[in-house]
Design a protein. Structure first.
Length: 297
């Protein structure tokens, strides 16, 4: 991934922020605390007014807020909300940074929509929750994609609330990286849910399993690097320690244990089904990387 480069605008760049939900409010407070002039607007005026004592300039309309500054950050509910809010504004000459959660296709379409209105566009995928905003040691960051020169111009200001990671000129890449990482998170949480369910009826304190589970997941996480290398080279058999055939042979134990513990296997069976399908194709000496190919339509 390309990282930050030297910015070309002052670090106290004025910022317009549209949308003051929990995340938007946290972003606004981080910029204000760092000395940035911030103009805010929200559909519920009280949320914007609450930031006035902290130094924010409250705009009466979205159009007024957009007119106030070149850097316009949008953090709304969804892509439809972005279109509705920006439709009545003059975007000419503005740099629109959209931190609203969207799909890659929505981000690409929104980039075209913004460009057609005379503005430049960056898309962002926030990898943080509001309490992490403004706290560098918390580890939160934002994926950014779109024109590199626009990112470079505003990188210092954008890095105030959360660290920045630039992932490419394609405006859909930030959303794609965002959803890819979050999808992996949900897969991990699904596995953890199954693990806790297995002990739920036993005289085992979940608090004693939690550190064991966290350590195990941490130890297994580096396997993604081998998967990436296999995908890059197309050779799924290099440095394989536990083959697909071995792992498929072990799946009945997991299913039997779930049955004994009165736990539904529904979080495991889709993945096990894919493993068996890949094995049936004659790929027993591979690791689990080939399952990825089965997911492609």
């Amino acid at each position: 991934m390309a990282q930050n480069t030297v910015d070309t605008v002052p670090s106290n760049t004025p910022v317009t922020l549209l949308g003051l939900g929990t995340m938007g409010t946290a972003l606004a407070r981080a910029w204000l605390a760092a000395g940035h002039p911030v103009t805010v607007w929200n559909r519920t005026p009280a949320r914007a007014a609450a930031l006035a004592p902290e130094g924010a300039t409250v705009a009466g309309t979205a159009a007024e807020a957009v007119a106030a500054n070149t850097l316009v950050v949008v953090c709304l509910l969804d892509d439809t909300s972005v279109g509705d809010v920006l439709a009545g504004t003059d975007l000419t000459g503005r740099d629109v940074v959209n931190l609203t959660t969207s799909t890659p296709a929505q981000a690409r379409a929104r980039a075209e929509w913004v460009r057609a209105r005379g503005a430049r566009y960056l898309d962002g995928g926030i990898m943080a929750v509001p309490p992490m905003v403004g706290i560098p040691q918390a580890g939160g960051y934002v994926f950014y994609s779109g024109p590199r020169d626009v990112f470079d111009r505003h990188r210092t200001a954008l890095a105030v609330p959360l660290a920045t990671t630039y992932v490419g000129e394609d405006p859909g890449f930030a959303a794609l990286h965002d959803v890819a990482l979050l999808s992996a998170m949900y897969g991990m949480l699904a596995g953890a849910a199954h693990a806790f369910a297995l002990i739920r009826k036993e005289n085992i304190d979940p608090a004693t399993l939690a550190p064991l589970l966290a350590d195990w997941l941490t130890a297994m996480a580096p396997s993604v690097h081998q998967s990436a290398e296999h995908l890059r080279t197309g050779d799924y058999t290099t440095d394989v320690v536990s083959t697909l055939a071995m792992q498929v042979a072990g799946t009945p134990t997991f299913l039997a244990t779930a049955e004994e513990q009165g736990v539904s296997p529904e979080l495991l069976t889709p993945y096990f089904d894919l493993m068996r399908r890949r094995l049936a194709e004659g790929s027993g000496e591979e690791d689990l990387t080939g399952v990825i190919d089965l997911l492609l339509r």
